[in-house]
Design a protein around this ligand. Structure first.
Ligand SMILES: Cc1cc2nc3c(=O)[nH]c(=O)nc-3n(C[C@H](O)[C@H](O)[C@H](O)COP(=O)(O)OP(=O)(O)OC[C@H]3O[C@@H](n4cnc5c(N)ncnc54)[C@H](O)[C@@H]3O)c2cc1C
Length: 290
């Protein structure tokens, strides 16, 4: 490892962006919780000359309600806080459940939602949950702020819609709707990254499905999501046949890797079973509410 990196502690997003833009993406790095970045520096996988700590930027911290009733989750919000957020209820509970399944208490105390989604590990828990919830990602750069739907934010293995010099500032959610949000994660041991995961967000009104978002994690370069599967589940009122077909479609569209956790064939095989289970649980809750 070369000389110790110089640490900046900007107090505003604008200052952080200015510092970031002065580098080439490798030389200057944003530092959130350090859960991943410090481990990578220790392993000498990255060797930044300058670190821009986001810890002193108040605007990046915490979860707050927006004027329309939606929620804004600041990029520096720890997984522990998101896992404990009572306003992430109904269809939005998918995000709270995903946060609660990340690693272990130590990592949940350190890791942040902004760092997690910017890193975009295909086995991470937030990406499929954000896609299922149809969240948006707020991004800041030298030219100001912009919003990108989560469904367009994750573009490839460890690659996002962030342009050089841009940073994640928040995750934005529509007003939490009555319904059910669930996150199921299959892993070798508790706290491990997912072999496969299924995020489901169903909003309902008067006993009918209004919106369904289904996404699979760990089975390709980015969260796996098909409009067709969502539409099938909605029109099929979360029925068994619709769940089976949605699971088959997603398994056929998956592009899983073979790695230390599981073979690609195993991952394809578990997707329909996990989808059917998640949908059956949502159906049972919907029927109980009628
Ligand atoms: C032992 C261990 C187990 C884990 N298990 C899981 C798991 O089961 N599931 C899971 O989902 N995750 C898991 N993680 C990852 C964890 O969720 C981290 O939160 C996540 O990788 C990012 O860490 P961080 O927020 O501390 O960001 P950092 O480590 O500080 O940064 C990570 C990267 O993102 C960049 N970055 C940080 N913030 C921003 C921002 N706002 N905008 C743009 N770029 C930014 C940094 O420059 C760096 O490149 C695990 C991590 C560890 C160490």
């Amino acid at each position: 490892m070369s000389a110790l990196a110089h640490l900046h502690r900007p107090a505003t997003i604008e200052e952080a962006v200015r510092l970031l833009a002065a580098g080439d993406g490798e030389r200057v790095r944003l530092l959130a919780g350090g859960a991943t970045l410090v481990a990578m520096m220790n392993a000498e996988l990255v060797d930044p000359a300058e670190l821009v700590s986001l810890a002193a930027i108040a605007e990046l911290r915490g979860i707050r309600a927006l004027a329309d009733g939606g929620l804004r989750i600041g990029a520096m919000t720890r997984h522990r806080e998101t896992a404990a957020e009572a306003r992430l209820a109904g269809a939005a509970a998918v995000l709270r459940e995903a946060a609660a399944r990340i690693a272990n208490p130590v990592v949940r105390n350190m890791g942040t939602i902004g760092g997690s989604i910017a890193f975009a590990d295909p086995a991470a828990d937030y990406p499929p949950a954000l896609v299922a919830a149809d969240a948006a990602v707020e991004i800041a750069g030298r030219r100001g702020r912009r919003q990108v739907p989560a469904r367009e934010f994750f573009v490839d293995w460890f690659a996002t819609a962030l342009a050089p010099g841009e940073m994640v500032t928040a995750v934005l959610l529509a007003p939490p709707a009555p319904g059910r949000g669930s996150y199921d994660k299959l892993c070798r041991v508790s706290g491990d990254f997912a072999i496969a995961s299924v995020a489901l967000s169903v909003a309902w009104r008067d006993g009918a499905c209004e919106r369904v978002g289904l996404a699979v994690g760990g089975c390709g370069p980015r969260p796996l999501h098909l409009d067709e599967a969502d539409a099938l589940l909605r029109s099929g009122r979360l029925g068994e046949a619709a769940a089976r077909r949605a699971g088959e479609l997603l398994a056929a569209a998956a592009d899983p890797l073979e790695d230390v956790r599981a073979s690609a064939a195993y991952r394809r095989r578990v997707i329909p079973r996990m989808v059917e289970r998640a949908v059956a649980q949502a159906r049972a809750q919907l029927e109980a509410n009628r």
